[in-house]
Write a protein that binds this ligand. Structure first.
Ligand code: BG6
Ligand code: MG
Length: 218
């Protein structure tokens, strides 16, 4: 493996909980029941698509103006949570893996559906780790479409089959698989069933394992 691509929310930082809280807030306001289980469908999915799913769940159809107002409301709520973010919100042992790769000059990319990816990386001090950042501002076709990861690989100059993707969302694992990349799930193996390999979190990932990925096939 020559290129490492990381999702952001729920992989590098624990922002998945803030997305959930902001959606839950809006769902409560609209009288739509919304559980953490429902939220699994929102992981890796664009903001716009999340709202479409929420409204489908509530059987609501609304004007374009109202749709945009709620979209804005959700994002403002989310931004209020991430305003205070700092390096302490980086998930355990993520630094261990990123530092290992950085020291070996292995090309790394971020591949996220979020339009807030860049400011979050800045806040937690990880912006400089990534050679390229592909985020929700650039990608037209959202995960599970492979576009985000294919663009990341192209910018890294690494063929897709030599890239490995770290993802916490089922849609993201599907996107990585569709891109012809190796998919590593971070989270529940019962949810991320299509991943090539699943770890509960980065504390389970041994640096020997990463070393093995880098030398495999050589
Ligand atoms: C993904 C999250 O990373 O980004 C989704 O997993 C979220 O839950 C999506 O909806 C879009 O994020 P944002 O920050 O642009 O609203
Ligand atoms: Mg994610």
């Amino acid at each position: 493996m020559e290129g490492f691509i990381f999702d952001l929310d729920g992989v590098i930082v624990d922002t998945a909980k803030y997305h959930y809280l902001a959606w839950k807030h809006l769902a409560d306001e609209l009288g739509i029941p919304f559980s953490e289980e429902d939220n699994e469908r929102f992981k890796g999915v664009s903001r716009k698509r999340c709202l479409e799913i929420l409204l489908e769940m509530g059987g609501l159809s609304v004007s374009a103006g109202q749709f945009d107002t709620w979209l804005k409301e959700k994002n403002e709520d989310y931004l209020s949570y991430i305003k205070q973010m700092d390096a302490s919100e980086i998930l355990p042992d993520v630094h261990k893996v990123l530092d290992y790769l950085l020291e070996r000059e292995v090309p790394m990319a971020l591949g996220s559906a979020s339009k807030n990816a860049r400011p979050i990386l800045e806040k937690v001090g990880l912006l400089s780790y990534f050679e390229t950042i592909v985020d929700g501002n650039e990608v037209v076709r959202a995960k599970p479409d492979p576009q985000v990861f294919l663009l990341a690989a192209e910018r890294l100059g690494v063929p897709p089959e030599r890239c490995v993707v770290f993802e916490d969302a089922l849609a993201g694992i599907e996107a990585a698989n569709a891109a012809g990349m190796m998919s590593i799930g971070i989270g529940d193996p019962g949810v991320l069933t299509e991943a090539d390999r699943v770890f509960t979190d980065f504390t389970e990932i041994d640096l020997e394992y990463i070393r093995g990925l880098l030398s495999a096939g050589q």
